[in-house]
Design a protein around this ligand. Structure first.
Ligand code: GLA
Length: 481
């Protein structure tokens, strides 16, 4: 039964809706339940689909509605209600909703008891933060074989590979359906995953893929629940070198208490294949930094999905500050992929993005179109002196030593020098000062280099200062003794 609450704007949308979207790339139809309550023009509710269950909020104007997910600055869903039907788009995919009946339910899955906890031995990979590219930030559901091949080619001819970017990572929406033996196949966008992996390897690169411990990925595609060992073997047979494993629909089956043992299951399965595969956990949970290494993972997400916007970027890097002590060679905190070059921040802001990721020993996974980079984007992503800060073998994750509108981040490096970044978080120019005393060097300053200006600079009476434009960062490498 649908209870329709009348809104002040005429049309009403409160109730439970059974929604069908156009087909996924594997031919399956995406079905979901939208539950809404309406109070005047304000909407609150929940989307329950195969991939996950998430609270949404939004507005109703006349018969037009818009719904936002957590942290979203653009509507996830927009559409019209008329004659007790919803017509709209969700993340660009068209849908139709009709009032749900009690029999409109999503499939139920048998509960599989998670294993007892133990420590998975390290795979010895990712001694420095992984570097590469991931399809999600720019291509999302539009990634395919041709895109991956041409990105791999661009990774070589643009110089990205030689600057250290080696992983070409396919995110969600590559999945097909399982065959009669339960083997997960790729969909029509990826006709031959093994051939694609061979091609990427032939360029001197490595290839990554994506799945979830739940029955479905976040985009609703089949995932590894109950097929962990089988999928790990499939990935290894294809020649996969990196797995991003995203919580998504596992949250509909397991509680947060089970996170560690559920992630351990795939950690064990990957080790059992005998193939070196970097293991990346994608989830937002405050405790993951404490146990990520124990499930055999090389990196784990510490923050929600990044957007190509200053506030999102700063918020993600700040969110992982408390986890700093858990980062080190082989196991890294991951504030999410890079947005550099995607066009919605200024180059100054992208330099800050790169500086903060490098200071934080974060994975450097470009999220832009490597085939069409501006000179400025190339100069930012391929600044070798900044990459060296990220890839420093000591593996120290910087934290802010001074807070305020001018924030100072300090990262000790393996050769005894120190990287120091001063970020102007304000919207006015500001005078940044670095004091030698804050750097705790072993001896007096010998050299200091501005890593964005690419020139040596002088400290005078124990200080170096520079005027910073709004949202700009000064990044120095200072050596004492
Ligand atoms: C989640 C992850 C993203 C991306 C999408 C794919 O939102 O956090 O990075 O992998 O799923 O559906």
């Amino acid at each position: 039964m649908v209870i329709l609450a009348a809104g002040s704007s005429g049309q009403s949308i409160g109730g439970r809706w059974a929604v069908s979207s156009s087909s996924l790339d594997n031919g399956e139809q995406l079905r979901w339940i939208l539950t809404l309550t309406q109070s005047g023009n304000n909407l609150k509710g929940n989307i329950d689909d195969l991939g996950f269950s998430v609270d949404v909020f939004g507005t109703m104007q006349g018969n037009h509605f818009e719904l936002f997910g957590p942290g979203a600055n653009r509507p996830w869903i927009a559409g019209e209600v008329s004659n007790k039907e919803l017509h709209g788009t969700r993340w660009g995919r068209a849908f139709v909703g009709i009032p749900a009946t009690p029999s409109d339910e999503l499939p139920k899955y048998d509960y599989i008891e998670p294993p007892a906890i133990h420590s998975v031995a390290s795979n010895g990979l990712a001694k420095t933060p992984p570097m590469g590219w991931n399809s999600w930030n720019l291509f999302a559901g539009k990634v395919d074989d041709a895109t991956v091949r041409t990105i791999a080619e661009a990774m070589v001819w643009s110089g990205m590979r030689d600057a250290g970017y080696v992983y070409v990572n396919i995110d969600d929406t590559w999945e097909g359906v399982r065959d009669a033996q339960g083997n997960l196949q790729s969909n029509h966008k990826f006709p031959d995953m093994k051939a694609l992996a061979d091609y990427v390897h032939s360029k001197g690169l490595k290839i990554g893929i994506y799945s979830s411990p739940g029955p479905r990925t976040c985009a609703g595609y089949p995932a590894s629940y109950g097929h962990e060992a089988q999928d790990a073997k499939t990935f290894a047979a294809w020649g996969i070198d990196y797995l991003k494993y995203d919580w998504c629909s596992a949250g509909k089956i397991y509680k947060d208490d089970n996170l560690r043992s559920v992630y351990q299951k795939m950690g064990d399965a990957l080790r059992a294949t005998g193939r070196p595969i970097v293991y990346s956990l994608s989830l937002v949970n405050a405790e993951v930094s404490r146990w990520g290494k124990e499930v055999g993972a090389n990196l784990w997400r510490t923050a929600p999905d990044i957007h190509d916007a200053w506030d999102s970027m700063i918020s993600n890097i700040e969110t992982q500050v408390p986890t700093a002590s858990f980062a080190g060679p082989g196991h890294w905190n991951d504030p999410d992929m890079l947005e550099i070059g995607n066009g919605h921040m200024s180059d100054e802001e992208y330099r800050t993005h790169m500086s903060l990721w490098a200071l934080s020993a974060a994975p450097l996974l470009a999220g832009n179109d490597l085939r069409v980079m501006t000179p400025a984007t190339k100069a930012i992503l391929m600044n070798r002196e900044v990459i060296d800060i990220d890839q420093d073998p000591l593996g120290w994750q910087a934290i802010p030593a001074r807070r305020g509108e001018l924030e100072t981040w300090i990262k000790p490096l393996a050769d005894g020098s120190v990287a120091v970044g001063v970020v102007n978080l304000a919207s006015n120019p500001a005078h940044a000062i670095v004091s030698a005393a804050d750097l705790h060097l072993r001896g007096p300053i010998r050299t200091a280099r501005d890593l964005w200006a690419h020139k040596d600079v002088q400290f005078t009476e124990g200080q170096y200062s520079k005027t910073l434009q709004p949202h700009a960062t000064m990044l120095l490498r200072v050596k004492g003794d």
